[in-house]
Ligand binder design. Structure first.
Ligand code: FAD
Length: 394
């Protein structure tokens, strides 16, 4: 082969980078290393919490990528040796690379909230990685008595999926309103503002009345500690006792990015935003949630767009060409009710080494849209999911 490219992480970023490398230049040998045998999508996983779908509908295997000639290895990468250009797997396998692309997603900063830990998350789930965690939270919501209070603790910026906690509140409200209508949802937020805020608050009110309450950081929403035994959250002014608590932890780049020394003091990975090559280690590219990508939010669609830009840059480098001029895109849909979708979209370009928004090329759904438009956007959300997962896995 002309060159060996190893991709670590078969999620929204890595699966796409591997596929587009392979499609662009069949002479490159592409290996995708993923620790799990199947991928469970976070997008649409809030619908599992709302009881509208099951996890099976969000689960994908890697046979489609294998059929394309990508060597898919189920292995956990424990070490990267940037000097020797070698990746090491947990079972002792070694993978040599000329270029490496890493898309490990996020990891959690447990120390930020006293009393939290990975073990406690078995009882106080985050459900910020879809799969077992989603199931734990769904079961707790099902077991909760009517009249109970469900707390969502929303993290500070930056974090995976900025509209996610607020869509989650709506999906759970949909379930409560049809199954336990005396219950309440309180979002305790580390922030004073959030994505698509006006659209969310109007949608919550329209469909669920006063069921959802949002407490900003300034109003006391910042949580400092938790007692998991009594399910009590300690804020700066007040304590909150919940029947069910979904604590979404503070976030940083995935564990591998930390151990491989790809992250800086911010917890995230600095990259050349034209090629996604690490600013710290040569010939290693970081894409998806783990990287610092200017104005782009941490979303599956951003990771997809970055995967394509990165693959094109890596192919160019292997062939001795300059990287092509990049263009990037993102849309985040949120489903507030069965016939009510909203979105935020952005198109981006490189400006002086930084990814910036192109003014006027994106925006949010109109505040005064009619019911037909809201229903169409809900359909678009489902169509987006079908398209992007078929892009990744077939
Ligand atoms: P991931 O998709 O998490 O992929 C990382 C992969 O790397 C995983 O498969 C993991 O197993 C693997 N991995 C990690 N470490 C190793 C290792 N050491 N060795 C081997 N494999 C490893 N985005 C949208 O665009 N639209 C949405 O509607 C949307 N909704 C969301 C709703 C929720 C509730 C949440 C939590 C997120 C949502 N997102 C959405 C965000 C989206 O899920 C992430 O931004 C996206 O998954 C990021 O892709 P990634 O490749 O960086 O990480």
């Amino acid at each position: 082969p002309k060159a060996r490219v190893v991709v670590v992480g078969g999620g929204y970023g890595g699966a796409i980078a591997a596929k587009y490398l392979r499609m662009s230049d069949p002479d490159i040998r592409v290996t995708l290393i993923e620790k799990d045998s199947a991928y469970v999508s976070c997008p649409l996983s809030n619908e599992v919490l709302g009881g509208e779908r099951d996890l099976a509908s969000l689960t994908f295997d890697y046979r489609g990528l294998t059929r394309r000639g990508i060597a898919v290895m189920q292995d956990t990468v424990i070490e990267i040796d940037p000097a020797q250009h070698v990746v090491k797997g947990a079972g002792g396998n070694r993978y040599n690379y000329d270029k490496l692309i890493v898309s490990p997603g996020v990891d959690y900063d447990w120390a930020a909230i006293e009393g939290m830990s990975e073990a406690v998350a078995e009882r106080i789930p985050h459900a910020w990685k879809a799969g077992k965690q989603t199931q734990i939270l769904r079961r707790q919501l099902e077991a909760m008595e009517d009249g109970g209070v469900f707390y969502i603790v929303a993290p500070p910026n930056p974090f995976r999926c900025p509209p996610g906690p607020y869509e989650r509140a709506a999906q759970v409200a949909h379930y409560f309103s049809t199954h336990k209508s005396k219950s309440k949802i309180v979002i305790l937020d580390a922030k004073d503002a959030f994505s698509k805020q006006g659209l969310f608050q109007a949608g919550w009110q329209e469909h669920y009345g006063d069921m959802i309450e949002w407490v900003s950081g300034a109003q006391g929403g910042i949580i400092e500690a938790i007692d998991p035994e009594t399910r009590t959250l300690m804020g700066s002014f007040e304590e909150f006792r919940g029947d069910v608590i979904n604590l979404i932890p503070h976030q940083k780049a995935g564990a591998l990015a930390q151990t491989a020394g790809l992250a800086n003091e911010s917890g995230w990975c600095p990259v050349d935003q034209r090629t996604f090559e690490s600013s710290i280690h040569k010939d290693i590219h970081v894409i998806g949630d783990a990287c610092i990508a200017g104005a782009m939010p941490k979303s599956g669609y951003s990771a997809n767009s970055q995967g394509k830009v990165c693959a094109a840059a890596v192919v160019a480098a292997i062939n001795g060409d300059a990287p092509p001029a990049p263009s990037y895109v993102n849309t985040c849909y949120s489903i507030i009710a069965p016939e009510h979708g909203i979105s935020v979209a952005g198109v981006y370009r490189l400006d002086d080494g930084r990814i910036v928004d192109i003014p006027g090329a994106g925006g949010v759904s109109p505040a005064d849209a009619d019911a037909r438009t809201r229903a169409l956007e809900q359909q678009f959300a489902l169509d987006w999911f079908r398209n992007i997962t078929s892009d990744m896995f077939t």
